[in-house]
Design a protein around this ligand. Structure first.
Ligand code: ATP
Ligand code: MG
Length: 393
């Protein structure tokens, strides 16, 4: 039996205090750890559940010293935290996944370059360092294309579609207006995928890894709306996705939880859209439908515990509550109706203000069969749409 490297009772540090940080913190508490949350926003959800809370800018050197002193290991809940901060913390405590992994992943050009040079299939892409290179780059990649900021994008933010030549000038203008020194962009072919899939993979300190079932995702306006598990379709696709996931994290030598977002082409071929170096929104179903959740696995992996057995206990459909949905479903009759749905498990993140496109919570629909869960999820989505139509008219 191998010794647990960081034992329960220790303090785990997490950078970023959004819902992912909060769910990590709750999983860590359940295993007997304490968690120190560092997020500049004092209202970030994870501060509410943390043992130690640091609502300070990521550049605060005094907090850096206190945080590093307090924790036994550091992780992060999203990829847009400063890599330099991870490098500084790494001088004193292990950071998992490492700052080297974060640096590759947090820049779309670095990430796609890493994947392509290691033989993994990705959409055709090219980089630009100045907006006036756009026309040339789009000619190279072809129409239709998608231009994205190389860093700091999430939930479809910082993306421009380029369907025809006449779009180029407009997008170039938008890039110029938002440009900052040293900024880069990536242009990718817009892939006519048949569906979007994702797969979670966990890799421990000893290099052992395990994957979760392949899931199918639907996005609305660039934001994840629904995840279905298990993904319908052939087991060959699921096996291929799992093999990619394990190979990618091995190449990265990543320790922690990762998610591969994938496009499936009509031919059945898979392309990797992106890698997240952390638990993922499409893995929230694991909280209610698996023996060990993605957040518990994050704790286990970064602490050097054995990874948990991955077992899907129930088919599930997860639906995100975004922006205005929340006003209706988090209180009053909307909430009451949702609480009455058999198999519905509610998660509200406790964010103080509802903003458009903001993820406010999610609901996992469980069922003996996927069609039972899907029926309830569909009904729920119809109610969301009706509600939005009413509130807009
Ligand atoms: P998230 O934070 O939700 O993962 P993101 O801002 O990091 O999103 P992407 O995952 O790159 O950005 O893109 C968001 C969505 O936009 C994708 O899930 C997909 O629906 C669509 N998309 C992105 N890139 C492409 C592409 N090359 N071809 C077709 N659709 C794409
Ligand atoms: Mg994505």
């Amino acid at each position: 039996m191998k010794a647990i490297v960081i034992e329960p009772g220790s303090v785990l540090g997490v950078l970023g205090g959004g819902q992912l940080g909060a769910m990590f913190t709750m999983a860590a508490c359940r295993l007997g750890y304490h968690v120190a949350v560092w997020d500049p926003d004092p209202e970030a959800p994870a501060h509410r559940v943390a043992t130690h809370s640091f609502p300070a800018p990521f550049t605060d050197q005094h907090v850096l010293a206190r945080f590093a002193d307090l924790v036994s290991v550091v992780t992060y809940e999203w990829e847009n935290i400063p890599a330099e901060l991870c490098q500084a913390l790494e001088q004193q405590k292990p950071v998992r996944p490492s700052s080297a992994v974060l640096s590759v992943i947090q820049d779309r050009l670095e990430q796609k370059g890493f994947l392509a040079s290691n033989g993994f299939p990705v959409p055709p892409f090219a980089g630009l360092t100045a907006p006036d290179q756009l026309a040339n780059i789009v000619r190279q990649v072809g129409y239709p294309a998608l231009c994205k900021t190389a860093t700091a994008g999430y939930d479809g933010k910082g993306q421009w579609r380029i369907t025809r030549e006449s779009d180029v000038r407009e997008v170039e203008q938008a890039l110029s207006e938002s440009a900052r020194p040293g900024m880069r962009w990536i242009v990718e072919s817009l892939i006519p995928f048949q569906r979007e899939l994702s797969i979670l993979v966990v890799r421990g300190i000893d290099g052992q890894s395990c994957t979760y079932p392949l899931v199918e995702n639907e996005h609305e306006e660039g934001i994840l709306r629904t995840t279905k598990v298990p993904a319908p379709g052939s087991s060959a696709v699921a096996e291929r996705a799992a093999a990619f996931a394990c190979q990618v994290v091995d190449r990265l030598e990543g320790v922690g939880v990762f998610c591969l977002e994938l496009f499936q082409l009509p031919s059945g071929e898979l392309l990797i859209n992106e890698i997240a170096p952390r638990p993922h929104n499409s893995g929230h179903y694991t909280l209610d439908a698996c023996s060990v959740s993605q957040f518990e696995q994050q704790v286990r992996a970064i602490c050097g515990m054995p990874l948990g057995e991955v077992r899907l206990l129930s088919p599930a459909v997860m639906v995100n509550l975004i922006g205005d949905d929340a006003a209706f479903f988090m209180k009053g009759a909307g909430c009451q109706a949702l609480l009455d749905v058999p198999g519905a498990v509610l998660h509200f993140y406790g964010k103080p203000a509802i903003r458009p496109r903001r993820k406010m919570g999610h609901v996992t629909f469980l069922g003996e069969t996927i069609s039972f869960a899907l029926d309830h999820a569909k009904q729920f989505r119809r109610t969301i749409r009706d509600h939005l139509r009413r509130s807009q008219s």
